[in-house]
Design a protein around this ligand. Structure first.
Ligand code: UD1
Ligand code: UDP
Length: 373
């Protein structure tokens, strides 16, 4: 029997991480086969991350421009994906999360009457501009998708509250845990040692990431300033900050953190390298969605540099604490946790709230059934 083609859309770093296990699982199916279509909204990082899993892009739309605006980016994604689907009919399209590539990928598939599976469905803050534009992207995908794959029971409930039919919702867990479980046994401390130096391996590692559009400008400057203060006040720490390639992030972050002896700024790391740093980290400061989930799975305390989070499960599990972008609060909370208090120990418990590592296999099984009925 000829295997039916499922187009897996990736565009950005987190989509590459969370789609990698799905591509691997589809490749093992006897009924379906994956075709990986990258919008390359993130030209370098998408290829970098898929490469970490030994995967390649089958079709590259090359939409990225330096400092792209949302509207220009959206236009290029729709035009190029629209042409791609017209020339390459597929049985189904999978999109992940809440990026421009995910939303317009889903919409474009709808224009071609191709059914859409939405992985990581049902995340909400219920604040239209936080995160921006992701909250709107994922809400609209709820209307476009044929199959919804929420990671948690809370996400299922939110989809039901939006009147999405129960029989189209499948609780699968988050594929990020599959990705993490696949990569952890394959990564070592060597890349981290190379980045910070052997002597610093004995120090407390503070891992920092920051990229959100709604934090660009003053809030991000406050985060960078707070990070500098924490580094200066705690000589027994080393801060490692892989800086997102967005020029707006770099312009703000680099001048405030360069030339501090115990701060290491570096290029984005491949997935294995990043996980080796996360495993070694004492404390994480981040506004990343994926990092909140991975840190929860590994039992690493995160101060979340955002005003709201759609990953409340991680807050309830104890690993995440919302601090926003107020410099004084970030410094106070970091210093408190660096003292290794009971509060710190409570944040170090690993939790499987986001998944059990078998989400991709579940998604593929559901698609096999749906596409052969
Ligand atoms: C995008 C997603 C966001 C996700 C984030 C993950 C949207 C609207 N935003 O935000 O949801 O959390 O990715 O990182 O979809 N750049 C490079 N090389 C790369 C990647 C980016 O140079 O490999 C630079 C380019 O100048 C680009 C800029 O970063 O214009 C911003 O990229 P963009 O995808 O527009 O926004 P992000 O803030 O990365
Ligand atoms: N990540 C990585 N290298 C880095 C920084 C992050 O591989 O230098 C991974 C991280 O483990 C997580 C994902 O990238 O899986 C998160 O991406 P990002 O923070 O860019 O996006 P978000 O999850 O906030 O949408």
């Amino acid at each position: 029997m000829k295997r039916q083609t499922v187009a897996v859309i990736v565009g950005t770093r987190p989509e590459a991480v969370k789609m990698a296990p799905v591509i691997q699982a589809l490749a093992k199916s006897k009924i379906l086969r994956p075709i990986t279509v990258s919008t390359s909204q993130h030209q370098q990082m998408t290829h970098q991350i898929l490469g970490s899993f030994g995967l390649k892009v089958d079709h590259d739309l090359r939409v990225m421009r330096k400092g792209q605006t949302l509207w220009d980016l959206s236009g290029r994604v729709v035009t190029k994906l629209g042409r791609y689907f017209a020339a390459n009919p597929v049985a189904a399209v999978l999109v992940q999360g809440d990026t421009t590539s995910a939303f317009f990928g889903g919409l474009c598939a709808f224009y071609h009457k191709i059914p859409v599976g939405h992985i990581e469905a049902g995340l909400r803050t219920h604040e239209m501009y936080s995160p921006f534009p992701e909250e709107m992207n994922r809400t609209l995908l709820g209307a476009v998708a044929t199959w919804h794959f929420p990671p948690t029971q809370d996400a299922v409930k939110r989809l039901r509250a939006e009147n999405i039919a129960a029989e189209t919702i499948y609780l699968t867990g988050n594929t990020v845990v599959d990705a993490l479980r696949w990569m952890v046994p394959r990564c070592s401390d060597a890349p981290l040692r190379k980045l910070i130096g052997t002597a610093a391996m004995k120090k407390k590692l503070i891992l920092v990431t920051c990229h959100r559009r709604e934090s660009l400008g003053k809030p991000m400057a406050a985060v960078a300033g707070a990070t500098a203060t924490v580094a200066r006040e705690n000589a027994d720490t080393v801060v490692l900050f892989p800086v997102h390639p967005n020029p707006a992030v770099r312009q703000t972050v680099m001048p405030l953190l360069e030339n501090i002896p115990n701060v290491v700024l570096c290029e984005p790391l491949d997935y294995g390298q990043f996980l080796s740093c996360l495993k070694h980290a004492y404390l994480v400061l981040s506004d990343s969605g994926g990092v909140q989930e991975e840190a929860t799975a590994l039992g690493k305390p995160v101060l979340v540099l955002r005003e709201s989070t759609e990953r409340q499960e991680g807050v309830k599990a104890g690993a995440l604490k919302l601090v926003g972008t107020d410099a004084k609060l970030i410094v106070r909370e970091s210093n408190r946790l660096l003292r290794g208090s009971a509060a710190y120990q409570r944040m170090c418990r690993a939790s499987n709230v986001f998944g059990d590592g078998r989400s991709a296999a579940r998604i593929v099984k559901i698609l096999e059934r749906a596409l052969t009925e």
